[in-house]
Design a protein around this ligand. Structure first.
Ligand code: MG
Length: 503
């Protein structure tokens, strides 16, 4: 432990924090097992174990309060990493101190019930059965916001919980810039008629064993340390979990058709995993060993998935491998695959959205959440508000609530304030795209399969810091400014309208 951490109070915090870390470690393993291998009827026991473990974590964290108070007094003499530890623990303590345990308990109970009802409601397209549960969750989240405290808008309390320092002002200004610009680009792309309404490959079935070997090649391409520090399994909804810096897991999915879904899930999760694998070793077992925030994490997964993985150069490099593994690609060349991987199509379902239309989906959810938390919209009106906003942003309207307001799991978990992180991730990718090209020819680096160079860059600018800095601080420090959506607009313009097609 010699090295980064010197302050005596901080060293004591780290030592006592180890049990919080260990409980978190155990509960990550349980969650990973739940998503991958656990038989379905184990759900209830797992939920009980999980909630007991979070109570334990809460109790141990609260026991650090005296030390954190002490460290705050010594703040002047702390280095950045030490300050990071104090900042992160203070956030946890604040939450536990402000939000009464009864409310936390009620939220957790209501969300388990709501989630069960939502699963059936979505299948049956029955919004009315879910509505009272959603009403309850909205009410509880508004209570929670009141307890946490906020400036100007109650939604700010929830945004900050999900993405440290994020405010409605940030999101309003990001979307204020993004939406009109993206509408323009989308209009031009659709007029150009480059992208077909249907693509043959979308319905082509693949053999899972062959697809597994494609995904293995993808892991190799990104230099994932499989078997030593990393492994990949299968789950319905792909995710990444980091038990430790030397034990990072991802999952991918095999739906049996439309092979790009599986391949890009693998790439997306690999991006998250690379982040977790490249956090500075000295931060292990401390409160700042994780990623800076959901949004910054998402920027890393999307950079690998979109900026690298959906580039023309990647398609060129990957096409021979893909054709050798997937025989149905015989008559396609790399340019065909590039188009297939980048099909632009205003659609109803967020998780299937392309790079260009994705942020509209988030804008709709952001506006709705803000209205719900501000008491300006009711849960009853949601389906009609949803339709109106989709029509306005994407020109499409869902025929069923399953394709509309019931599609995401987030609200059934009482997760309000989480969606904006996805757009933050894209905005940050624009900033990274702008900045990385000052250091390297990105196209050539991908063409040369030199992903180590890209990983080194991301590691140096973002990964190694863990949670040392808040997201905005990190961006200002590394890129000279916080969320600036201009670069994302420029990236998308170049990609869909222009200059990138010249090389
Ligand atoms: Mg992700």
């Amino acid at each position: 432990m010699a090295g980064i951490f010197q302050n005596k109070t901080i060293l004591e915090i780290i030592q006592r924090y180890r049990v919080v870390w260990a409980v978190g470690h155990a509960s990550s393993v349980l969650n990973w097992d739940f998503e991958t291998y656990m038989p379905s009827e184990g759900t209830l026991a797992r939920a009980i174990a999980d909630s007991e473990l979070s109570l334990l974590q809460q109790r141990f964290t609260l026991s650090l309060k005296g030390l954190v108070d002490q460290a705050e007094k010594e703040n002047q003499s702390l280095n950045d990493e030490e300050k990071g530890i104090v900042r992160v623990l203070r956030r946890h303590l604040d939450y536990y101190e402000k939000v009464p345990p009864e409310l936390i308990h009620e939220l957790s109970k209501s969300r388990t019930e709501a989630n069960q009802v939502w699963r059936v409601a979505r299948k049956k397209d029955d919004y009315e059965s879910f509505r009272p549960h959603l009403e309850k969750l909205v009410e509880l989240k508004r209570k929670e916001a009141e307890k946490i405290g906020y400036e100007r808008h109650p939604y700010n309390a929830l945004l900050d919980r999900n993405e440290e320092g994020l405010r409605t002002d940030d999101m309003d200004s990001i979307f204020g810039k993004l939406i009109p610009n993206l509408k323009q680009i989308l209009l031009k792309v659709r007029r150009a008629g480059i992208y077909p309404k249907h693509h043959d490959l979308e319905s082509v079935k693949y053999d899972q064993t062959q697809m597994e070997s494609v995904n293995k090649e993808i892991l190799k391409f990104f230099g994932m340390p499989e078997g030593t520090r990393f492994r990949m399994d299968v789950s319905t909804h792909p995710f990444t979990t980091d038990f430790a810096i030397n034990d990072v897991r991802i999952t991918t999915r095999y739906e049996g058709r439309d092979f790009r879904a599986s391949m890009y899930s693998t790439m997306h999760e690999s991006g998250h995993a690379i982040y977790a694998l490249q956090v500075l070793r000295d931060l292990e077992y401390t409160p700042i060993a994780g990623g800076a925030s959901g949004g910054i994490h998402e920027s890393q997964s999307r950079f690998i998935e979109n900026v690298v993985g959906r580039s023309r150069e990647f398609c060129k490099v990957a096409t021979p491998m893909l054709k050798s593994k997937l025989k149905f690609l015989k008559r396609y060349d790399s340019e065909d695959l590039y188009h297939y991987f980048n099909l632009v199509r205003p659609s109803l379902i967020r998780v299937d959205a392309d790079e260009l239309t994705y942020n509209f989906h988030i804008a709709v959810r952001y506006q709705i959440e803000k209205q719900l938390m501000g008491g300006e919209a009711s849960v009853k009106e949601l389906p009609s508000i949803w339709s109106e906003k989709f029509k306005d942003n994407l020109g499409v309207v869902p025929r069923t609530d399953s394709q509309g307001v019931l599609q995401d799991i987030h609200w059934s978990w009482g997760n309000f304030g989480g969606f904006p992180s996805y757009t933050i991730g894209n905005v940050v990718d624009g900033m990274i795209w702008n900045s990385i090209r000052k250091e390297m020819d990105l196209s050539r680096t991908i063409r040369n399969k030199d992903t180590g160079k890209i990983k080194e860059y991301l590691g140096r600018k973002i990964h190694k810091w863990g949670q040392t800095y808040s997201p905005k601080e990190l961006l200002r420090r590394e890129f000279g400014e916080s969320y600036n959506p201009d670069y994302l607009v420029r990236y998308l313009e170049q990609k869909y309208l222009g200059s990138s097609s010249q090389d």
